[in-house]
Design a binder for this molecule. Structure first.
Ligand SMILES: Cc1ncc(COP(=O)(O)O)c(C=O)c1O
Length: 404
């Protein structure tokens, strides 16, 4: 059989953690809280169009030549300065690698580090795309729960003591996908101390760090790194446009060399024309001013979401109150399977969608939570959708609970 010739990691009978997440609801009256996309009405299309023209006019044919495997040096210098200013990370363009979205950066780190069976710690729940990338390298996962100020360090330390072979921790410290939680500064520092003590690498994935509604970004975990153990990853997808497919990572020498080795084999280099255009955009536009506009929108949308959850969801449900980003996380009583509820009840009758929480657990073994994304919807639509959803959730909770 042809299938027998495939690598275990690519077996299509075991779907990617990401499969099914990008399907559009065919029903135009449906309200989707599922897709985690930025709001496209906020994309600076005209300015980016001008930037492409500027870059092409300036360099002509040479722009379309093979370029630098680490990516456009001028753009790398700007990103190094940006993470210096907003994340207190001291680095240089030489330690920045431009990637095809943050997603490729995660995959490159997994490829550079993991042999089959290697032990990896992840927050639970965690970003599905990271699970899709890590899954390819067949790790053994250990899930560590989240508290309101980020990963539970006591549980992490107990896990590290039991499994001293853990070599990688993947974390989303800022406005976490899927929960919206942010890791405190104290925990960031303690996490690096644990990495030094127990000898593991931290993959810090932070695409939402600029999108704090009321606050400037916190120091990155990487800013506390004393031994070159932290790989910092971010992206322009959420603050500019995802189709630019521009992410970036910061790594110190040993990890950088390993990452560049696997990067060369993967794609030689990322999209040089786009990077030159982004560099031109950043030269003539104020990205921070653009980010302020985004924050004003997402702040209002998040407030509408939190208010609607308070109004329409039953007391048995708990939900997060994010201080930035795109997501809210709802936990229902244990006996409710939010996947079955969506399929059988909510999607066909209430025409509302969300991502069932199961997708965000490496072993797909927790079923009573859901992720809501508010970034693409107006406050009025958020209110209407959560009203419809809340009625269904109330019915399910009360049905599941025996009447006494
Ligand atoms: C936590 C997290 N990391 C990485 C990504 C990857 O985004 P991109 O590849 O567009 O940069 C996403 C996208 O949703 C995300 O939420």
């Amino acid at each position: 059989m042809l299938k027998d010739l495939l690598a275990t990691r690519a077996n299509p009978d075991v779907p990617s953690a990401l499969s099914g997440l990008f399907t559009q609801d065919a029903d135009p009256s449906a309200i989707s809280f599922a897709a985690g996309s930025p709001n496209e009405s906020l994309f600076p299309v005209a300015a980016v169009q001008r930037a492409f023209n500027t870059a092409i006019a300036k360099q002509g044919a040479h722009l379309f030549q093979y370029q630098n495997p680490q990516g456009n040096p001028a753009l790398r210098a700007k990103l190094a300065a940006r993470i210096g200013k907003w994340g207190q990370v001291t680095t240089t363009a030489e330690h920045v690698v431009l990637t095809v979205g943050g997603q490729q950066a995660i995959e490159l780190v997994a490829k550079a580090l993991l042999n089959p069976g290697d032990e990896v710690a992840v927050e639970v729940p965690t970003y599905v795309g990271a699970l899709a990338a890590l899954d390819l390298y067949q790790p053994t996962y250990y899930g560590v729960g989240l508290q309101s100020d980020g990963i539970d360090l006591d549980v992490l330390e107990t896990t590290l003591k039991r499994h001293p072979g853990i070599k990688l921790l993947y974390t989303v410290p800022d406005f976490h996908n899927p929960t919206g939680i942010t890791m405190s500064v104290a925990k960031r520092e303690q996490l690096v101390a644990l990495a030094n003590r127990y000898d593991f690498i931290i993959l810090e994935d932070s695409p939402y760090r600029d999108l704090g509604y009321e606050q400037t970004p916190l120091p990155a975990i990487k800013s506390f790194d004393t031994e070159g153990r932290v790989v910092f990853v971010s992206s322009l997808s959420k603050i500019l446009m995802p189709a630019l497919r521009t992410g970036w990572l910061v790594a110190d020498d040993t990890l950088l060399a390993a990452i560049m080795k696997v990067r060369l084999a993967s794609d030689l280099e990322a999209t040089g024309v786009t990077h030159a255009a982004i560099d031109a955009y950043l030269t003539t536009n104020d990205l921070d001013a653009h980010v302020d506009v985004l924050k004003d929108h997402y702040r209002v949308q998040c407030a509408a979401m939190v208010a609607a959850l308070g109004k329409y969801f039953p007391d048995e449900a708990t939900f997060t109150t994010p201080a930035g980003g795109f997501f809210d996380w709802v936990t229902l009583p244990k006996d409710i399977d939010t996947g079955a509820l969506l399929r059988e009840q909510i999607s066909p009758t209430a025409h509302v969608s969300y991502v069932p929480g199961t997708n965000f657990y490496p072993n797909r073994d927790v079923h009573n939570s859901l992720r809501l994304c508010f970034s693409g919807l107006t406050p009025t639509v958020i209110d209407a959708g959560i009203h419809r959803l809340g009625d269904q959730v109330k019915a399910a909770v009360h049905e599941a609970k025996p009447v006494v």
